[in-house]
Design a protein around this ligand. Sequence first.
Ligand code: ADP
Length: 397
Amino acid sequence: MKILIINCGSSSLKFQLIDSESEKVLAKGLCERIGIDGGMLNYQPEGKDKIVKNVEMADHTVAVQLVIDSLVDEKDGVIKGLDEIGAVGHRIVHGGEKFAEATIINDEVIKAIEECNDLAPLHNPANLIGIRSCQKIMPKVPMVAVFDTAFHQTMPKKAYLYGIPYEYYKKYKIRRYGFHGTSHSYVSKRTAEILGKDYNNMNIIVCHLGNGASISAVKNGKCVDTSMGLTPLEGLIMGTRSGDLDPAILEFLCQKEKLSISEVLNVLNKKSGVLGLSEISSDFRDIGKEADAGNDQAKTTLEAYSYRVAKYIGAYVAALNGVDAIAFTAGVGENDGSRREAICEYLGYLGIELDKEKNGKRGEELVISKPDSKVKVLVVPTNEELAIARETAKLVK
Ligand code: ADP
């Protein structure tokens, strides 16, 4: 079956067409600046030249139609007609406590996703627009919602409750949810497969270190803790997000800088993390270059980043009561050997020994610990689209 994967943002739409039998990507691309001037379509059909078109897209329905037109185009298309698309898989950011698994989309599911809008006001409404646009253009094609939060729904209460009055959990469902679940699920399963071990009988820590970053603790195939919270702001120091901090800082900054709460939150989401600390960039390559050239602030930024990751790993070793494997994934986790090495330097007590030569490689599935390392350390490139395609294929037979 050919499955269209849609990841819809407020002004953008990423897509992939995947053959669920061969698991090959037939085409992929991105619509940018939907609803604003200067719209652009990037379309990459498998084995053909990439196409970039400047085209205005008044709304997401126009964008979805453009995607379909590209996929069925006589010259650059990869399918003959719309009827070849067997299903659509939608990436949905927040499923609240309602969704512990992917689900076939119907009116009830749409309503339940809508009810989670308060928890992800930037993402869920955009995801819903993507669903509705696809329904308009492909009313007969079954669609599946795959949630970023679902994998973490197995966390026990002791891990997801905040130490605040319980009535806020009861009234508003304020608790930790976690994100990047599709990636944590995919990478933890692959880790067990690569090591030839039973996924349902081992402890894995997954470090998803991209621009957004989170860690999860996976026991016997189930997530028992993860570092992001009610929103993706909690946890690690990220590209532009602060991660954990003393909540009293909010009022302090409001007063000193004469900012509103939402302005401070904007600083914590978009101007903090390694960007804010380094005053250089949110991109680790830029910070790494400066650090190599002797810039102390850049060095301190990288140290603070690695230290935070190592502290979370330590916490999750305790949560799991031991760990068999640690997997690194996403932009930094897959490509930045220096970061992996700096993090693993804190973990000697676990009996971890890195193979420095293997750790020097980039972007491929690899065990980077030495053969007699007590805990295995791996690089496992994430593939959220493939994971969404698999979930979709499972539900649409
Ligand atoms: P997201 O999906 O969260 O936007 P990615 O997983 O694509 O992010 O990761 C993007 C980040 O990965 C970039 O900001 C960059 O810092 C980092 N990155 C990518 N390649 C490298 C590399 N070769 N060395 C160090 N960092 C890298």
